[in-house]
Ligand binder design. Sequence first.
Ligand code: TRP
Length: 408
Amino acid sequence: MTDTPADTNESTSDHPSIDRPGADEAFVVTPYAVSGEVDYGRLLERFGADPLTDEQIARFPDHPLVRRRTFYAGRDVDRHLEAAEAGESHAIVTGRGPSGPMHLGHVPPLYLAKRFQEATGATVYLPLSDDEKYLAKAQSFASIGEHTRENLRDVLAVGFDPEKTRIVVDTADADVVYPIAVRLSKHLTPATVEAVYGETDTVGLQFYPAVQATHLLLPQFVEGRQPTLVPIAVDQDPHVRVCRDVAGKEALPVSKPGALLGRFLPGLEGPGKMSSSGDAPSIELTDDPETVAETIRRHAYTGGQATLEEHREKGGDPTVDVPFQYLRYVFEPDDDRLERLASDYRSGDLLSGDLKEVAIDRITDFLADHQRRRDALGDLVDELEPYRLTASERRRALESAGLPTTLR
Ligand code: TRP
């Protein structure tokens, strides 16, 4: 299995698996653009990642997101599983680009990382790429800063163990992030960046992949070489490929990070990536129960029939029904209950409106817990402190990346 394209490409244009944005393809998936109807199987061929096997799924800590193959593919998953099973050090990195309020689509990687941490004691690193979002979006740094603060509250509300978790904000932790990114960027050519991400508007965004590569290696720079798994939606896989490529180019005490790749939580309007920037509304993690109910009742695409009689007669289609899909992704963890909903829907006994109410119920329960923990947070500065890199961790990261620490 090749690690394409970043691991192998010198000349990029003739590489078959490069996902060149704007190329004549039925769908486009890069960290900065998702469009068309995503064929998740073909995407793996393009990216050069592997579908998860049944055996791998059985070895992960049990979670509906893995069991039901929402996270469906990966890179180097076995090394991570072996370390977790042997009780050896292993890390997880998943991050957030703070360009707006967090919504339901952001739940899967964060809560999965939390579940893994509880089950296997994984170290979890959570970088927030405020630099990336400043560069990628038409927003001031003040506005990105606001979102960073609010997003941090959501990240903290997940309830990670501060002993085993580090939260990094690129501009606030630049003393560590920047020098390492510089070192890695020496191996990142404009041709690779363009091949992997498409044309970037600014040199800032062209440099950013070196920053995200830094995120993915940071646990190893701080805590020593160890298998690192990156659970993310599949559009972020290019960052992993670039990181794997540059990590191999210098003698650094790190191994290439692996990936656990997820499908997109569908938007309310139907299949695709849930987005806060499009027209359709999304359900934010701070929405109150009435807003959640109203938004789902009014906007959720259903797999029901046009009339009541027709629905009773022909039944609905859970595979395209957004409320059902939300339940299947995360919000109804009980497989038997989920299967009963699906079969009652197919038979026509359960109406689209009823299914919407079940989804509203489960989602508002989930959000009530999340919001209770979020609201209990006091001053963010104090709250964040136990999750920040310590002075000695910062020094260690720079030292192991071979960087000068003379002024520290
Ligand atoms: N680039 C990601 C996004 O736009 C956020 C992010 C930053 C991230 N660093 C990361 C995700 C590391 C996973 C791992 O959403």
